[in-house]
Design a protein around this ligand. Structure first.
Ligand code: F6P
Length: 365
């Protein structure tokens, strides 16, 4: 009979479709096969700093959550225990509360912690593991930019949403002879923009890995005009920027207590404003924003997340702490949590970009 343990589960960072499917997979296999008991930790690591944010996580809690977006545990992308924002004398200061996390985990009698999140959440998990906490991880992000795994769950759903958005923009662009700029999430990596741009038939794809030149885009739009195509679709990642220019920032890191990273936004408008000097056609900007992260997960994401949830219990069983589950060459495998720190980027000379270019899609370079 396998050993029954008491395990904490948390979801950290930005939410993405599939988190609930993963929680359900963990709890169902955990209860049925191992007799584990689970503690739900709310709002990411915040729930381990402030332990009143914990509650039993039972199979009953996971009923009916498979098709739901978001996370039943709540999440936070500000609750880094190593740089935790607290108010002192009316000012926000950052404190290292990681010892508190270890103390609370002991008080909660946790035999281990399952951290579900992106690079930030998993890197914190790795740092806590180095301090002695037994942590295993599951990678998620719509950006698909974690190097330890071929694909993160959440990406497939978001790619579908972006593709549908581009499809819808096509008909209205064509009706009005407009240039439609659609801004898609992706801070440093353009996977979402690249894939949905190809799937949606965008004319121009602008990604952070390839700084764009306005003249190249103008030339592409004019070329289309000469072929009597008087509308164009430009898919742009939020982290894309003009050569020699800067990434468009919506909110600086120092203005967001406890966040430590800038909030991007405005790349589409920057691009539209630059183009407006050169083309006669009307330009409209659509920012897909958090629509990309909400709602029901795709079948592929539900399956991947469920398998991650089941597999992570093998790591627990085998005492493979400080590791995460990963997808490599179609197989669910394990990788060190430290891998999550290495970010993955679109290869500008890789096959996908090369073939897209060969079909006439402009990358603005
Ligand atoms: O990392 C996922 C992501 O969706 C990024 O693409 C985006 O920049 C960020 O989260 C937005 O975060 P927030 O929810 O804090 O606006």
């Amino acid at each position: 009979m396998p050993q029954s343990l008491r395990l904490g589960v948390l979801t950290g960072g930005g939410d993405c479709p599939g988190l609930n499917a993963l929680i359900r997979g963990v709890v169902k296999r955990g209860v049925h096969e191992f007799g584990h008991e689970f503690v739900g930790i709310e709002n990411g690591y915040m729930g381990l700093v402030e332990p009143e944010l914990t509650r039993p996580l039972t199979e009953e809690d996971t009923r009916g959550i498979l098709p739901k977006g978001g996370t039943i545990l709540g999440t936070s992308n500000k609750a880094n225990p190593f740089e935790y924002a607290v108010q002192e004398n009316g000012k926000w200061v950052e404190k290292d509360l990681s010892d508190e996390v270890l103390r609370h985990a002991a008080e909660l009698k946790l035999d281990g912690l399952i951290a579900i999140g992106g690079d930030g959440t998993l890197t914190i998990g790795h740092k806590l593991a180095q301090k002695g906490l037994k942590v295993v991880g599951c990678p998620k992000t719509i950006d698909n930019d974690l190097s330890g795994t071929d694909q993160t769950f959440g990406f497939d759903t978001a790619r579908g949403i972006c593709t549908e958005a581009i499809d819808r923009l096509h008909s209205t662009a064509e009706a009005h002879d407009r240039v439609m700029v659609v801004e898609i999430m992706g801070r440093h990596a353009g996977f979402l923009t690249l894939d949905s741009g190809i799937a949606g038939g965008a004319d121009v794809i602008l990604i952070p890995e390839i700084p764009y030149k306005v003249e190249s885009i103008v030339e592409k739009i004019r070329r289309r005009g000469r072929r009597k195509r008087s509308f164009s679709i430009i898919a742009i990642a939020e982290g894309a920027y003009p050569a020699g220019g800067n990434v468009a920032v919506a909110e600086k890191a120092e203005d967001i207590p406890g966040r430590g990273v800038v909030r991007l936004g405005g790349a589409g408008k920057v691009c539209a404003d630059l183009l407006a000097h050169h083309i006669e056609a009307e330009i409209r900007v659509t920012v897909l924003g958090h629509l990309q992260r909400g709602g029901t997960p795709s079948a592929a994401d539900r399956v991947l997340a469920t398998l991650y949830g089941c597999k992570v219990l093998d790591l627990v069983r085998d005492g493979q702490w400080d590791h995460m589950v990963a997808l490599r060459n179609g197989k669910i495998v394990t990788a060190p949590l430290s891998e999550s720190r290495k970010e993955r980027r679109v290869d500008p000379s890789g096959e996908t970009v090369r073939f897209a270019k060969s079909m006439g899609i402009s990358f603005g370079d």
